[in-house]
Design a binder for this molecule. Sequence first.
Ligand code: GLN
Ligand code: ZN
Length: 744
Amino acid sequence: METTVHGYPRIGAQRELKRATEAFWAGRSTAADLEAAAAGLRRETWEALRDAGLTGIPSNTFSLYDHVLDTATMVNAVPDRFAGLDGLDAYFAMARGAEGIAPMELTKWFNTNYHYLVPELGSGTDLRLAGDKPLQEYVEARSYGIETRPVLLGPVSFLLLSKPAQPGFEPLSLLEPLLDCYTRLLVDLHTAGAGWVQLDEPVLAADRSEDELEALRRACHRLGSLATRPALLISTYFGEIGDALAVLADSPVEAIGLDFVAGPGNREALARVGGIGDKTLVAGVVDGRNVWRTDLVGALSMCASLLGLAGRLCVSTSCSLLHVPLDLRAETSLAPELAGRLAFARQKADEVVTLGRALTEGRDAISAQLASGQVPQPTVDAEVRARLDALGDGPPRNAYAVREAAQANGLPVLPTTTIGSFPQTGAIRKARAYLRAGRMAASDYEAVMHAEIDRVISLQEGIGLDVLVHGEPERNDMVQYFAEHLDGFAATASGWVQSYGTRYVRPPILHGDVSRPEPITVGWARYAQSRTSRPVKGMLTGPVTMLAWSFVRTDQPLSETARQVALAVRDEIADLEAAGIRIIQVDEPALRELLPLRRADREAYLDWAVRAFRLATSVAADATQIHTHMCYSEFGEIIGAIDALDADVTSVEAARSRMEFIEDLTAAGFGRGIGPGVWDIHSPRVPSVAEMAEALSLAVKVVEPSRLWVNPDCGLKTRGYAETEPALRNLVAAAREVRGMLAG
Ligand code: GLN
Ligand code: ZN
């Protein structure tokens, strides 16, 4: 193993996995069809990596939904409520719920926009090796003549990413039975011929307690001292490894993988422990999280500086390439200057191979590639820079009490609303595609969108919602849409990246200074408001989320880029206000996502993130109600920042975590409007009136009822009308029921 990648995109160049999975869910194809599609994707991946010339090729990086769910299934960590189901039915029920069965919780994978399913471990969990997916994939690759290195989620990360099924349960207490599973698996893989196995321990990039490090020590020693086993690579990524390095260096494993992109300090750390002896260092020098071409000269000198610190060096990506699009060659309409700055997964595999050659054959062997590695500079917008300098942090809004009085808007207590998007129908998607392809005139497109807005507005009026939305039919994605209307961003044609399950996004590429050539949402919002006497909420995406879900430039601090985006949002808010929109939501679902993994780095991040949001929103008049929305995460750690955003109303994901969050929020003294989601829209299940009324009754115990809003967990664009209509009717009925209770 001299060159490798930590993992590879698994969704296919044409989103084949999505099509195959959704066809299976819809009953349009069989399990065998799905499996055949999956096998085809795995084979393509292995062959592509082999053809790139990598000497180390990973396997078991494929998943039908999520690799954490795969691991949970494999070690029999299946919550009791799924006991009646088996095979793919159980698997997909865990991911998406089933009739009367709530799915597992979905949460962000570290500081990425990938989401994993949170395993639930408790005293009743009976860990045992119940599956052999890694073995099957290893054998499958071998049948094509390709030798692979099975990749497993490491035992410590598995436990620390899990949540207790009962309060007070310590997932780490299951370490021994879990190691029994890994032991059996390693022995089986060894018997099948696997020379190497990779155990991913990304949790080591965050602060770890003594107990947690002890668990790591124990895991490495138990697995490392097996008499017959494959060689072990323990990989960590997304940051600096800190104290865990000494534990790994002292352990009997053969290789350690470190991320030198997100964790440049890892080099220092290696030097501090005096290197890792004769172990192999898998050096992640090619960025697995971003789309820029690698500075090969810089990466090469990083590698050279590592040579004396390990027995052998293997060049690698910083983390799995799951987080970048598959192949730049699919992008034919990017500006050539920009395309010349980019590398997607397939190109990154080439970069790794090139670096490997330079290390073994000498720099001259790749002088041509090195010379072509000159990357052009991003564009500068002097006007944006001057406006930001003049604005500084901008004048703050008046105190909440003043705003609250100015916003008294005749809404009932427990006002009902939605998070913005309504289901995206085939007709809407088609209109957007036709417009993009120049097959539909702008005026016809506008007519289609207006008709859709009319429909969605009257639907909401009919259901009895209090604050309406226009439904976001014109948006493919909440970040991509704005990126397409801002200068400084570029969109890709097929740069899909998995967000969760079959939900993929095409992150825009933020490549230069950002500015807003003209108003973006104002026309749609004004039209929607003209169709109803109820308030229509304007809908924008906040600066932090714009960055989190884009590929960002690395030549300037993120905080500076965030200010540029904030300025564009600020101008849009002023224009919406001028168009008569009185409620404006600035979504920041990704606020938690960018939180640095290490505590020491958090304050600085939250400081610039909050400033950017306030820079965007402080232009609003007292009477304009600013909402924000957050989802998918544990927000406990950023309560202070959520408060500091100073939004008038904050809606948050809460349905899967049963209102735990708002208790924390109230306990921390949060005193503005709050809308805990009462309908988990990530699942096709329609929640009953009773269920949502119960959630609301829990909420009114902790939140001042006059500040409580009633809404789903998130936008409805991934849902269908079949579930949206009844669920919203139930939501309105639940709000009325609890209003009645409060009045009585
Ligand atoms: N307004 C967006 C929508 O409704 C928010 C989506 C999100 O939070 N991810 O789709
Ligand atoms: Zn959301």
